[in-house]
Ligand binder design. Structure first.
Ligand code: MLT
Length: 398
């Protein structure tokens, strides 16, 4: 009989968004006549821009001819996409090299898979509340997690405690779920802390395309010293509507090296390359053709248009909450609006209340950690009409 990985027993019974889907499916089965509006999981609703679509078609056509057919591609991604990502960083004032870019099927997989590179015995700092993948994947590996509180008092942007040591630090900015975003000075403090502690920062920048304040960093590599202590994860899910198409990328700097127990230097880039070439066969050529078009001037202009549409939704949600005197956060440099549950309700209680009385689905803050107990998250990724309708329904309840 196999011995099981019993760390799984330490997980919540189901993944946050699976639990939500389960509750919503049960509700719709029992009330087939009700129109449910889903503003829970951050899933895009607008179609992908025509520039990307046309390149996806070209990718398909290439496979139909012997001269252009593609079989296995490079596990790290095709050069044309890695170079396009390098140029995108350059436009944002950040210099990276193509061999530091690893194309993948998304930031969710990579933020989970990166745990392969680190020993079980590390001091791992994870903010609370947080994207549950960081927590669950570490629990699956039997790791102990130290949480740092993200609260109203620190504007949901916890800063390092210089009196305590950490080895691995998770940062998501703009943050999922709170919408808070670190400025350069704050990130510099984290980078300095990581360098002083010989720690690594796992930086999730999946929502960088929502940053509207030009003074905010879109990449941790905009911060001096970060290439010696950080790995960055990004995704086209929210930038380009690829939640279903699947494509993301992870930047692992060449300068990122740590010392092994026998005193030799190990390159994290080489380790990640070894991991990916062994366990991953790359993203399909078709998807990478489409992904490269995201970074073309026309492709990016179309993505930005969609992002502006979602930002309009964020404003609608924010205005409605403000009208009702509900304290909210985020929604400006982020697609998420994080607010206090009305009437002191707990977040799952509010989830059920909203579903049953307004047929609106959101995400309970408790799903992101104990500090989310009294909070709720709405996404701006819905369609415009549904967002207006959802907020009208919600307003009528309070
Ligand atoms: C969310 O709703 O938090 C995200 O869409 C989840 C994800 O990106 O995996």
């Amino acid at each position: 009989m196999p011995k099981l990985n019993e760390n799984y027993l330490n997980l919540k019974e189901s993944y946050l968004f699976s639990e939500i889907a389960h509750r919503v499916n049960a509700y719709t089965a029992a009330h087939p006549d009700k129109k449910v509006i889903r503003l829970g999981i951050g899933d895009v609703t607008l179609p992908i821009g025509s520039e990307v679509i046309s390149q996806l078609h070209k990718g398909v056509d290439a496979l139909s001819k012997a001269e252009t057919f593609k079989g296995y591609g490079p596990e790290q991604g095709y050069d044309f996409l890695r170079e396009a990502i390098v140029s995108y960083y350059q436009q944002n004032g950040v210099a990276i090299e193509a061999n530091e870019v690893f194309v993948s099927d998304g930031a969710k997989s990579d933020t989970g898979n990166i745990t392969d590179l680190f020993d079980k015995d590390n001091i791992i700092l994870i903010p609370d509340p947080v994207y549950p993948v960081y927590v669950d994947t570490n629990i699956m590996n039997g790791r102990h997690i130290t949480y740092i509180d993200a609260t109203i008092e620190n504007n949901f942007l916890p800063m390092p405690d210089h009196n305590s040591h950490a080895d691995i630090i998770y940062i998501c900015s703009p943050n999922n779920p709170t919408g808070a975003a670190y400025n350069k000075e704050q990130l510099k403090e984290w980078v300095d802390y990581a360098l002083a502690n010989n720690a690594v920062i796992l930086y999730d920048s999946a929502y960088e395309c929502f940053i509207t304040d030009p003074s905010l960093p879109r990449s941790i590599f905009a911060i001096e010293g970060a290439k010696k202590c950080a790995i960055e994860f990004c995704s086209l899910s929210k930038t380009a509507g690829f939640t279903g198409t699947r494509c993301g990328y992870t930047i692992v700097p060449m300068n990122l090296k740590f010392t092994t127990s026998n005193g030799s230097n190990l390159s994290i880039n080489a380790m990640w390359n070894r991991r990916q070439t062994t366990k991953f066969n790359g993203v399909s050529y078709i998807v990478q053709k489409g992904a490269a078009a995201v970074f073309s001037p026309e492709g990016m202009a179309q993505c930005k248009k969609n992002i502006q549409y979602y930002q309009g939704n964020a404003q609608i949600i924010a205005d409605s909450l403000a009208k009702k005197g509900i304290r909210y956060f985020g929604g400006v440099n982020s697609p998420y609006i994080w607010f206090e549950c009305p009437n002191q309700m707990d977040s799952w209680e509010f989830f059920d209340y909203l579903l049953n009385h307004a047929q609106v689905v959101g995400t309970p803050g408790a799903g992101f950690g104990k500090n989310g107990q009294k909070f709720f998250r709405l996404t701006s990724f819905g369609n415009h009409e549904n967002t207006i309708e959802a907020m009208k329904r919600m307003e009528s309840l309070f």
